[in-house]
Design a protein around this ligand. Structure first.
Ligand code: HEC
Ligand code: HEC
Length: 451
């Protein structure tokens, strides 16, 4: 009997200890990921005051406050699944990148760490799921009713007559952290807090916590809320074909294989049948008229890779100090697990990035281990070329470089690897110069590159 009790007790104790250890490893791994990838914006303590914060608008969230905006439940704090969702897809139209390239285990570790930063998050209850009734079938009639309701319900004061986020009250709005908050232009998707009909319904039902966006769940019926959703969808610009903001495939760039020389010009026949991938950019300082999308096509011929990048820009800027520009960024070290990725903002100490930068004056290759550390290599190590054309309000730029490079600070292409994009739009000058950037994305080479 005693033996049995002892055994049960011992078993209990080892499970508890193992459980605590697992939690500690989760937190330690989460902290490491957080410090590399998140603290630059959210700050080491999570208070939203990282070194990048002064260059960003909207401001990185004070994660210690435990007030999160994306929620599919009615309680004071979001469910774990909701926090994970924002971490995976990011916040469109802001600098908050999505981390879909990481793995399930890494998200769990990050989640554990983020929850630890805020007692409110760790303790609060997420409550019942918001009930979204079935979507009415006749969207046209519903949208017309929604348009009338949008006009009568006071939405116009903040979101503007056309929904562009420019109502008379818009510039005076502040959030609970004391920062100005501007509603994302409802005509431009993807919306910040989910872009599907059900997501928009929930944003209306719950409002956006921490901001002046009211919760309308108790004011309007399900049919009325759906009518507002349909109205918003009817004024929303179409997203590029096939683009789904919450699908990890949004981050995939295929490098197609071709024989022969790679073209220097996006209009060359070699590009004609290549499907372009729309890459959605994250602005540092969000404002009207910014470049939101860059279309990317990629080719390789077993020796070199070429990227055709194109974007709409209503004004061309070719200046000595300020000009339009675009760049590709690659990790230098081979990445076998995405946790090894360098910091998105030009790498971090010990984890360099190789930058292929094109400006109208020409292309350069830079190496960096963090913001402000970027350096050009020796002339004989410069292996990247570029060629850009501005026509009909659109830049098209080809950037080309070898798959294998002699320079030890350069990337070596693998069958599957990582890259990200950055864009400078000199009509909208920024403190850092840089206008916007993409999340870490995955490239896949068609056929294996020759060694
Ligand atoms: C380049 C800056 C930047 C980086 C890097 C960054 N964030 Fe953010 N993050 C933001 C900004 C800006 C917001 C606020 C967006 C808003 O409210 O409009 C935000 C918001 C959030 C939110 C709140 C979401 C909600 O529902 O309200 C969470 C959680 C978060 N970030 C977690 C992370 C984690 C975890 C990482 C690292 C894996 C990270 N962030 C990296 C800029 C950043
Ligand atoms: C007092 C000002 C105010 C009023 C009134 C208001 N909103 Fe908002 N709304 C905001 C702000 C501010 C945000 C953005 C919060 C954020 O994302 O940080 C927002 C966000 C939203 C979003 C989510 C957008 C996204 O990017 O995910 C939707 C949808 C929306 N509002 C629709 C409406 C509709 C429809 C009405 C009227 C029934 C309305 N709002 C009334 C201020 C307001």
């Amino acid at each position: 009997m005693f033996q049995k009790i002892f055994f049960v007790f011992f078993f209990f104790l080892t499970t508890v200890v193992a459980g605590c250890k697992a939690k500690q490893t989760e937190l330690a791994d989460g902290k490491q990921l957080y410090n590399i990838h998140c603290s630059g914006c959210h700050g080491v303590k999570g208070d939203g005051n990282g070194p990048m914060a002064k260059y960003l608008f909207p401001k990185p969230r004070d994660l210690t406050s435990g007030i999160l905006k994306y929620r599919t439940t009615q309680g004071p704090v979001p469910a774990d699944a909701d926090i994970l969702q924002t971490m995976k897809v990011g916040v469109p139209g802001t600098s908050m990148p999505g981390w879909d390239v990481l793995k399930q285990k890494d998200w769990k570790n990050l989640l554990a760490y983020v929850k630890m930063l805020s007692p409110r998050l760790a303790r609060g209850s997420s409550g019942k799921t918001i009930d979204v009734p079935e979507e009415p079938k006749n969207k046209t009639t519903s949208a017309a009713a929604g348009k009338a309701l949008y006009g009568n319900a006071g939405c116009v004061a903040c979101h503007g007559v056309e929904g562009q986020g420019d109502g008379p009250a818009a510039t005076a709005l502040k959030d609970v952290w004391g920062n100005p908050v501007i509603p994302r232009d409802l005509t431009h998707g993807p919306l910040k807090w989910g872009n599907s009909g059900r997501d928009i319904y929930r944003s209306l039902w719950n409002g956006v916590p921490g901001t002046p966006m009211p919760a309308y769940g108790a004011t309007f019926t399900g049919t009325q809320l759906w009518s507002l959703v349909h109205y918003i969808q009817s004024v929303q610009q179409k997203l590029p074909e096939g683009y789904d903001p919450s699908n990890p495939k949004r981050n995939l760039i295929k490098i197609n294989s071709v024989a022969g020389e790679l073209p220097d010009d996006c209009s060359a026949p070699a590009w004609q049948n290549i499907k372009s991938a729309p890459v959605f950019l994250k602005p540092l300082w969000s404002e009207k008229g910014e470049v939101e999308w860059v279309e990317v096509k990629a080719l390789h011929n077993k020796k070199e890779a070429a990227f055709c990048l194109s974007w709409e820009d209503d004004q061309v800027n070719i200046g000595l100090t300020m000009s339009d520009a675009v760049a590709l960024q690659f990790p230098v070290k081979p990445i076998t697990n995405p946790v090894q990725l360098p910091y998105l903002g030009l790498g971090n100490p010990g984890n360099p990035v190789d930058v292929w930068l094109w400006k109208p004056q020409g292309a350069v290759q830079l190496s960096a281990v963090g913001v402000g550390t970027q350096r050009g290599g020796r002339a004989d190590e410069q292996a990247v070329t570029g060629n850009g054309v501005y026509q009909d309000g659109r830049w098209t730029v080809v950037i080309k470089g070898p798959l294998e490079q002699r320079n030890p600070k350069a990337t070596r292409f693998a069958p599957v690897g990582y890259l990200s994009f950055a864009l400078w739009d000199a009509d909208i000058p920024k403190q850092l110069g840089l206008h916007s950037f993409s999340e870490w994305m995955i490239y896949e080479m068609e056929g294996t590159p020759a060694k």
